[in-house]
Structures are given as structure tokens and as C-alpha cells.
Design a protein around this ligand. Structure first.
Ligand code: FAD
Ligand code: SF4
Length: 510
């Protein structure tokens, strides 16, 4: 039967469940660049360009294999098509198919649209599970059932056993499940980082860059230089490059930050995996093979595989288990507006200036910049979780709601009251100073605890504990910190309060 198969912008995989049984000559594959999707939040221009270019290349590959691809470009005249539903309706009218097949959307908002198609069209609409993810929704829900709190580590062990990654005779390779303790080295003096592969911009990408420049010139971010993979071939090349040149040091320096080094030893693969150009399993296969061949140490391969089969799958599980209420969580009652410098990077706090400037340039920041610099600041300053979510969704090229939201709400802001984080990731300037070389270039002094010259993270940290004393008092892992707080003299407490009030009142000029 003639089938319409709608492929979404983050489903660019030939093994997609909705494409597995597709037949050239019989089926029509529908893809659409939509203004709703490009603007429902004002995405970073590099992110829009990446998605559109990857979509166009993917469609061209399909057409090259003989498929009829009904592809709608954003620059086409028909302004009445703004949503997936519009695009599908138009395609059904054009092709009169006998059925529609889609792969479930990764986001709640879009899956709700897909569910509504079942009533809207008078032909069958089949929604297939997205088997690019390793754990199914049901599997995660079963695992989470009856657990008071969700701990990634236990889920991860289950995923290791289930997938067999880094397992020897049913036991974790090397005798331990997790080598995170070896993955926290601060940056060494003179550490050097490998050069990344580069791609020249082809005609397709050039057309997209021109379109994005003219259409979204008021969105955040630098569009060029643009040097990210946009095809399956480039993406696999980038994965191989990572395994050969960066993975060996990825583990050890996973938490380190170096001024002017946006990528360090990080894989920079998240956007390629999330959009479908790479399969998470193939990334893990390569990393495990490199370890088995003696090319990378175990802490590197384990650290990388844990992020993918552990954190990535776990985060998705949390999202689907708790949506839609999860979007509105605000357990710490944080209400402050985002200061403008979140968009400009113009703050005197060097760590934030670096992280935000790199984000503006690259639509990327690595995990510790996101969590321990930007997220930590947002937590300590009590920034409104909704605004913080929207910021993270806009600025990163790998940001889709299913992965951005739990990372922001649960991990960075503790706004879900500790659903999966055992305590808030709050820390003073000492952590940033230990893990980076940022503080030496900062107007503020990381060694000073109080006064206008002191590192703001230092007093905001104690201010955060004072403000949340009641809310967090039941948390055993906070006991030591609250013990220290309770022993703090009145004068010191007063100084913390005064510094914090002064800082927060003028947060826009920080
Ligand atoms: P690497 O450090 O090389 O890690 C390898 C891979 O593991 C990544 O490519 C990614 O696929 C996966 N991974 C690692 N950590 C996580 C995690 N916590 N959640 C999900 N996957 C993970 N990741 C996104 O893909 N999209 C987001 O919108 C996003 N928002 C975040 C917001 C905050 C506040 C925080 C703290 C983290 C966020 N992350 C997000 C997770 C993580 O920071 C990025 O996946 C990572 O920095 C991407 O860079 P990389 O590919 O170089 O990762
Ligand atoms: Fe950031 Fe404080 Fe260090 Fe400045 S001194 S870079 S604000 S941690």
C-alpha cells in the first residue's frame, strides 16, 4: 500500500523505525522545514543551519537511492504551511496515500501532535517506537516503579548488563562499574589538544547559511564560521576521529575547563547523535573496541559509554515519566529574571564570560561549563527555571526538550526537589578555580570571601544555603554544609547577606 512516511528534523537516520520497510517507487517520504519549529523558541542560528543542512543532505541521499521525497523548504512561497500537521495535510492531499507511518517524536509537544493525527486523517496513522534509544519507555517505567529516588548509577548498571558493553563474563570490565573518580583531573599546565577535522561548506550548506542569515538575523549566536558535520559520512568520520585522537584523554580531563579551549577532549557528538546522523550504539561500539585493542584506557571508554547508555538514556526516561508537569517544576521557588549578559556574555565574571561567549560562537559548551558554571550560577542566583530552560533550549546545537529539560530542571537547578540528583550541584568559586584556569583572568578574587572584590560564587553559595535551609534540611548529603552554616557567626552571615543583596540588586552589571 502506498505509504506516506513523515521524517522529522531530528530523525535523520536510515535505520529509523518508520523507514525500515520503506520501498522506493511505492512510498513517499515527507520532510518539511517549518517556521514553527525554527521559531517556537528563537534558536541559535548555528543550530538552525545545522538542522536544515543535515535535513537537505539526508533528503538528497534518499532521493539518490530512488525514493520520492516530498521536501518542503522554508524559503518556498506557501506561507500557510507552518506546522507538521499543515505539512502532512498538504502531502496527504497531494499523494492520496493509503496509510501514514511515523516514528514517535522525541518531544512531548510533537508527540501530542502525532497522536492527534490518528483522528484527523481518515487513513491509518501508525506511530512506531523510536528504537534509536536503547531503553523503551515501558522498560524505564518498570525500572523506576517503586523506587523512592531515581539514581542514574543503578540504571546504568542495568544497561551495561543488558547491552553487554564493557562486560566480561557477566562482570564489569576491570572489576568496577564506574571509574568516575579517575575522571576529575584539573587541567595541567601545557596540556595540548588535538586539531579538529574541518569541512568546507558545500553548495547545500551555503544556501542554508544564506537563508538563515536573512531569515533569522535577530536570533542569538554567530552563524559563521560553520564547520560541523552535516552528512552521515562526515559524522562517522568525526566519530572515528574522536576515538582515534581525543577519547584516550577524554576520561581523565572530562571535568576540566581551559580558557579559549571550547572542545578540549570532548566528543562534540551530542548534536549528531540527537539528530540521528550517528547511532548511540555505534559510538559505544567504537569506544569499546578502542579499549579492547589497547588504544584507550578503561576510564576513558567507560566514562564515554556511561554518558551515552547511562546519562542520555536515563535523562530521556525521566522526561517521559514526568511530562508534562515536569516543565513547571520550581521546588526552590526561584523567581529571578535572567540578566541580559546571558545573551551578550558581557559580565566581569570570567568563567561565565568564557562559557557564554563560546556558546554564542559555537552553539556548544561542554558539560562542566553547562553544569558547574552556568547552571551553578543560575541555581545560586535563584534564576527562574522556565527562563533558564528556554535559554538552554535556544543556545545549544544539541538542545531538544527531552534532553535539555531534565538536565536543567533536575540536574542543574534542583527544581524537581531532587528526583534524581542526590543534592544540588551548588558550589563556591573554589571548584571552578580547581578545575579551570579562569580565575586568574577574572576581575573578582576567588580567594576573597566577602566584599565587592570577592568572587560572587563564594557568598552566593552561602546565601543559597541560608535561603534554602528549610527546604533542604531533610537532605542527609547536605548535613556537613548545613553544619558549617550553623556554626557561622552572625557577622559572617550578615556579610554574606549584604554582599548577596548588593550583587543581586545589580546583577545586570555583574
Ligand atoms: P561528551 O562529554 O563527549 O559526552 C559524550 C556523550 O554523552 C554526549 O555526546 C551525549 O550524547 C551524552 N551525554 C553526556 N552527558 C549527558 C547528559 N547529562 N544528558 C544526556 N546526554 C549526555 N545534552 C544534550 O544533548 N542536549 C542538551 O540540550 C543538553 N543540555 C544540558 C543542559 C545542562 C544544564 C547540562 C548540565 C547538561 C546538558 N546536556 C545536554 C548534557 C551534556 O552537557 C551534553 O550532552 C554534552 O556537553 C555534549 O557535548 P559532547 O558531545 O562533547 O559530550
Ligand atoms: Fe568565576 Fe569567581 Fe573564578 Fe571569577 S573568580 S572566574 S567569578 S569562579
Amino acid at each position: 500500500a502506498k505509504t506516506l512516511r513523515l521524517v522529522l528534523g531530528d530523525q535523520l537516520s536510515r535505520n529509523l523505525s518508520s523507514l525500515k520497510d520503506a520501498e522506493p517507487g511505492r512510498d513517499v517520504i515527507v520532510m518539511a522545514e517549518l517556521s514553527d519549529e525554527a521559531t517556537y523558541v528563537r534558536h541559535h542560528v548555528k543550530k538552525i543551519a545545522f538542522v536544515l543542512s543535515a535535513m537537505r543532505h539526508f533528503a538528497a541521499d534518499l532521493a539518490g537511492d530512488g525514493f520520492e521525497v516530498d521536501y518542503r523548504r522554508l524559503d518556498e512561497d506557501d506561507v500557510s504551511i507552518t506546522s507538521f500537521t499543515d505539512a502532512l495535510e498538504a502531502a496527504v492531499a497531494r499523494h492520496t496515500p493509503e496509510r501514514i507511518i511515523v516514528t514517535e517524536a522525541a518531544e512531548w509537544r510533537v508527540l501530542s501532535m502525532q497522536e492527534a493525527w490518528k483522528d484527523r486523517f481518515d487513513i491509518p496513522v501508525e506511530i512506531r517506537p523510536d528504537d534509536r534509544f536503547i531503553a523503551t519507555h515501558a522498560e524505564f517505567a518498570r525500572w523506576a516503579e517503586d523506587r523512592k529516588s531515581l539514581r542514574m548509577e543503578f540504571f546504568y548498571r542495568r544497561m551495561r548488563t543488558r547491552t553487554g558493553y564493557l562486560m566480561d563474563d557477566g562482570e564489569p570490565a576491570g572489576g568496577q562499574w564506574n571509574y568516575d573518580a579517575e575522571n576529575r583531573a584539573p587541567p595541567k599546565e601545557g596540556l595540548s589538544f588535538p586539531d579538529r577535522p574541518d569541512w568546507s561548506v558545500d553548495e547545500t550548506t551555503r544556501a542554508v547559511l544564506d537563508l538563515v542569515a536573512s531569515r533569522f538575523d535577530d536570533h542569538f549566536g554567530d552563524l559563521e564560521p560553520f564547520a560541523y558535520p552535516v552528512t552521515r559520512r562526515q559524522a562517522t568520520h568525526y566519530l572515528n576521529w574522536f576515538v582515534d585522537h581525543a577519547l584516550a584523554d577524554f576520561g581523565t580531563f572530562q571535568d576540566a575547563m581551559v580558557q579559549g579551549e571550547a572542545l578540549m577532549f570532548h566528543s562534540h557528538l551530542s548534536a549528531l547523535i540527537n539528530i540521528g546522523l550517528l547511532d548511540p550504539r555505534e559510538c559505544c561500539d567504537r569506544a569499546e573496541a578502542a579499549w579492547r585493542e589497547g588504544r584507550v584506557p578503561l576510564n576513558a571508554a567507560e566514562g564515554f559509554i556511561r554518558q551515552i547508555i547511562g546519562w542520555r538514556e536515563f535523562i530521556r526516561g525521566v522526561y517521559w515519566l514526568h511530562m508534562p508537569a515536569y516543565a513547571d517544576e520550581n521546588a526552590l521557588d526561584a523567581r529571578r529574571d535572567l540578566p541580559d549578559w546571558f545573551w551578550t556574555g558581557e559580565t566581569h565574571m570570567n568563567c561565565l564570560r568564557q562559557a557564554i561567549t563560546e556558546t554564542r560562537q559555537n552553539a556548544y559548551a561542554h558539560h562542566i561549563q553547562r553544569l558547574m558554571v552556568i547552571g551553578n550560577f543560575a541555581l545560586l542566583a535563584g534564576l527562574d527555571p522556565k527562563q533558564v530552560q528556554e535559554w538552554f533550549l535556544i543556545v545549544y546545537h544539541d538542545a531538544y526538550e527531552w534532553v535539555e529539560m531534565p538536565n536543567v530542571v533536575g540536574m542543574a537547578l534542583y527544581a524537581d526537589g531532587g528526583l534524581f540528583a542526590s543534592k544540588p550541584y551548588a558550589s563556591s568559586g573554589a571548584y571552578i578555580n580547581r578545575m579551570s584556569d579562569y580565575c586568574g583572568n577574572c576581575r573578582y578574587a576567588v580567594t576573597k570571601k566577602n566584599g565587592p572584590k570577592a568572587c560572587p560564587f563564594n557568598y552566593l553559595y552561602w546565601n543559597f544555603l541560608i535561603d534554602n535551609r528549610e527546604r533542604l534540611s531533610g537532605n542527609q548529603r547536605m548535613g556537613m554544609m548545613f553544619g558549617t552554616l550553623d556554626r557561622m557567626g552572625d557577622e559572617k552571615r550578615r556579610a554574606v547577606r549584604e554582599d548577596s543583596e548588593r550583587f543581586l540588586a545589580a546583577i545586570g552589571d555583574a
